[in-house]
Ligand binder design. Structure first.
Ligand SMILES: Cc1cc2nc3c(=O)[nH]c(=O)nc-3n(C[C@H](O)[C@H](O)[C@H](O)COP(=O)(O)O)c2cc1C
Length: 379
């Protein structure tokens, strides 16, 4: 790995055109994500999940314990700042601020897909910035599942490159993102899909850190979750519908590129997928630790996610917006969320996350119908 790191410091991109395309794409993703047009028009389903209110409490608000155990690490709150950025210069400051917030709050933080830095070493600092003020935070490295197999003339990422991605952010875990619907709408997206599961199984058995499989906004069905569990992944991020939508983001980019076929695909499949609440129900039978990402916007949403079976929640866009201002702004947003989570726990008589997970919520509406028809109500 250190040889690769030295070689990559010579900044010899394997394909200049390809890499600057990635830089442009990453910058544009972040820009579009800030606008409301990036948000799904469907709900994550929290309005269908009803915690049972209790009229009396057996402890004080500040005694509520929100600490979570995640992949062998104790987080002070059940929060992962979702994998988002890197690969363009504006990401340096953003990742620095997200890292600082994770450090100060004792939570986890992910970086965006690191392929750009694996192809051009000058971009490594746009990801490693996450560590500048966060020596002790739990950091997740990130690459795309499509990069584990050859795509056209681009070879599959090798073990050395994956280790490099992990080493450059000193990650405790590697998230492999699954984004099938996005790739099909993205101008220039990956065209090959078969063989990814075998490659993933290979990666899980050879790397020294735990590997997570992470959806990015289309959610996860029980069948895929079980298949992924068999590859040896250590955790799942359900990445459900209801928050930031990459079909919407890629639809916007396809429109900018004048790619009418992909514009049409983006319109037809704009809200494709399984909402986050239903995705937790779909995946919990695997018994794997679950991250519930996608449209978590308050501590009450987070409490509902945990009561359904999530281990921790992932927060994307709200953290990205706050990080445009400062690390303090990110901390403020997340502290508000933790405060609301504590309040939800006090009001349901749960003094820790284990208690909360044992409080079976009442389901109504879409989520109830979905869970019944899919046979998901028994834990
Ligand atoms: C600008 C931006 C870039 C993202 N890039 C990645 C990525 O490279 N890898 C990944 O796994 N997820 C990526 N995501 C998805 C997030 O990790 C998360 O799943 C998604 O934003 C949903 O959470 P939210 O509704 O709280 O925003 C990105 C999200 C945003 C907003």
């Amino acid at each position: 790995v250190s040889d690769l790191l030295d070689a990559s410091l010579n900044d010899q991109p394997s394909s200049v055109g390809d890499v600057s395309e990635i830089e442009d794409r990453k910058r544009r993703h972040a820009e579009i994500a800030l606008s409301v047009a990036s948000q799904s028009s469907r709900s994550a389903g929290w309005e269908d999940v009803h915690l049972i209110p209790q009229a009396t409490a057996s402890c004080e608000l500040d005694e509520i314990d929100v600490a979570a155990e995640f992949l062998g690490t104790r987080l002070r709150a059940p929060i992962v700042i979702a994998s988002m950025t890197g690969g363009h210069q504006a990401a340096v400051e953003i990742n620095e601020r997200l890292g600082q917030a994770a450090q100060e709050l004792g939570i986890a933080v992910g970086v965006g897909s690191q392929r750009a830095a694996l192809e051009r070493a000058s971009l490594v600092s746009t990801y490693s910035a996450v560590r500048r003020n966060a020596p002790g935070a739990f950091v997740l490295a990130n690459v795309g599942a499509g990069q584990l197999i050859p795509q056209g003339t681009r070879p599959a990422l090798g073990r050395d490159q994956l280790e490099l991605a992990i080493e450059t952010v000193r990650a405790q875990a590697l998230a492999i993102h699954l984004n099938l619907v996005e790739e099909l709408i993205q101008p220039g997206g990956d065209r090959r899909h078969a063989g990814i599961l075998d490659a993933l199984a290979d990666v899980c058995s050879t790397l020294d850190v735990p590997v997570l499989a992470k959806e990015t906004g289309a959610g996860m069905a029980r069948e895929s979750a079980q298949t992924l569990a068999r590859t040896g992944v250590a955790a799942l991020d359900v990445g459900g519908v209801g928050g930031t939508s990459f079909t919407r983001i890629e639809h916007r980019r396809a429109r900018d590129a004048g790619d009418s076929r992909r514009v049409a695909r983006g319109e037809v499949f704009a809200d494709w997928g399984i909402p986050t609440a239903a995705s937790i129900l779909e995946t919990r039978a695997t018994g794997l630790p679950l991250i519930a990402t996608g449209g978590v916007r308050s501590g009450l949403d987070a409490a509902k996610a945990v009561a359904l079976g999530a281990t921790v929640v992932g927060i994307g866009r709200p953290a990205l917006i706050a990080a445009q201002r400062s690390a303090e702004a990110v901390i403020e947003v997340l502290e508000r969320l933790i405060d609301e989570l504590r309040m939800a726990m006090l009001l349901t008589g749960a003094s820790n996350l284990g208690d909360l997970r044992a409080r079976t919520p009442v389901l109504t509406g879409f989520t109830s119908t979905w869970a019944k028809q899919r046979g998901l109500l028994e834990r």
